[in-house]
Design a protein around this ligand. Structure first.
Ligand code: SAH
Length: 363
């Protein structure tokens, strides 16, 4: 029996070559595999029944040995700003959330790498779920297909480019192999055709994986969540810092930076918590920290998205601007991220399988 054939193979997590191999193990010619791959990844069909270019017998056989979909859409929430959040369930009934963010020139899909998250960042609601489990490559790919189909119709080519960010629930670097596999599948020109250059992976700072990613030639962009300019504060806000403190993290970033190709982005994210990490002194500390490590990366300031029972408030717009001005005066390119979808619990750090009332619409 082939390695790709299990009792019910999740075809969405397989490359075109692997789908071909899979159909050959059930006695079908290879071209059927390419057809099925196109049905799933290009036409974005999430059931074999819809692949009417396949003989009925084959569709029935496929349904017995394979899965074209494994997520069940439970709810869809639409924000007043057009952002959409999908709450789905895995076959074992665990929550998976995905956010579709339309922008003028492109769309961004924020997907989850895990159900829940094992890290205990104190400002993030997902942490309250704990880790339920890591998602499979198929479950990662399906999130993107669900969001595109809902936004544009099944199989309809998006009118704008699609960017992906691994900034939903979970720590992507604790599920790196599945994530990279999903990205390889999605990059196929005969499928979704979303290449790594359109993808950003965000980490709380799993240092060995930063170095691992640095070695990969065709890799996604990297973002690092900092949240604090000193170990003392970062230990408190992001306990992962006790394992990999700032010095080690920033040294790894320095190594990563050395391998940057032209046009490659590398970002630090800094969530702004009122009265906790947003003082002028802390802005200077942050600038000095990055400059001392010779890092040229840019900084994204993210106003905190509050949620019960998180104990923080967002910094005021003036405080954020002052913080930004200090970083810029020290030569650091700084951007302020506009919160999207706060009203439907779709913004950064708000994914915790919440049912929100006002704009709910079940698909
Ligand atoms: N585990 C990964 C990816 C998920 S979090 C990571 O830590 O990077 C994605 C981003 O949302 C991180 O930069 C995180 O700092 C930020 N974030 C988490 N909770 C937030 C909140 N309540 N408000 C604003 N940003 C938040």
């Amino acid at each position: 029996m082939s390695s790709v054939m299990t009792e019910s193979t999740e075809l969405l997590g397989l490359s075109k070559e692997e789908v071909v191999e899979f159909v050959e193990t059930i006695g079908e010619p290879g071209y059927r595999g390419r057809q099925i791959f196109g049905g799933l990844q290009h036409r974005r069909l999430l059931s074999f029944d819809e692949m009417t270019d396949l003989p009925k017998d084959l569709r029935n056989r496929l349904a017995e040995v394979a899965k074209a979909s494994s997520l069940k859409i439970e709810s869809r929430y639409v924000s007043s700003d057009g952002t959409r959040r999908y709450l789905m369930k895995t076959h074992d009934n665990l929550p998976v959330e995905t956010v579709f963010i339309p922008e003028e020139r492109r769309d961004t899909i924020c997907f989850s790498s895990q159900s829940g998250c094992p890290l205990q960042c104190t400002f993030c609601l997902t942490a309250k779920l704990g880790l339920l489990r890591s998602l499979t490559p198929a479950e990662i790919v399906e999130q993107i297909i669900v969001a595109l189909n809902d936004a544009y119709g099944v199989g309809v080519k998006p009118p704008r480019g699609t960017n992906l960010v691994a900034m939903g629930a979970g720590e992507p670097f604790l599920n790196l192999d599945s994530l990279l596999k999903a990205l390889r599948v999605m990059a196929d020109a005969d499928g979704l055709y979303i290449v790594p250059n359109r993808v950003t992976v965000s980490t709380a700072g799993v240092v060995p994986k930063i170095l691992e990613l640095a070695e990969i030639p065709d890799r996604p962009h990297l973002a690092i969540s900092l949240a604090a300019p000193t170990d003392e504060l970062r230990d408190e806000l992001m306990p992962i810092n006790k394992k990999w403190p700032l010095e080690e993290l920033l040294n790894a970033c320095r190594e990563f930076e050395k391998t940057l190709k032209s046009g490659e982005r590398f970002t630090f994210e800094y969530v702004m918590l009122a009265g906790i990490n947003d003082s002028e002194e802390q802005a200077r500390q942050l600038a000095n920290l990055l400059n001392r490590h010779g890092l040229t990366a840019k900084v994204n300031l993210i106003p905190h998205n509050p949620a019960d029972p998180l104990p923080y408030q967002p910094s005021s717009a003036e405080t954020v601007e002052r913080f930004k001005a200090i970083l810029e005066s020290k030569g650091i390119h700084t951007y302020v991220r506009r919160p999207r979808g706060r009203d439907i619990f779709a913004a950064c750090g708000q994914l915790a399988a919440r049912h929100t009332a006002p704009t709910e619409a079940t698909l």
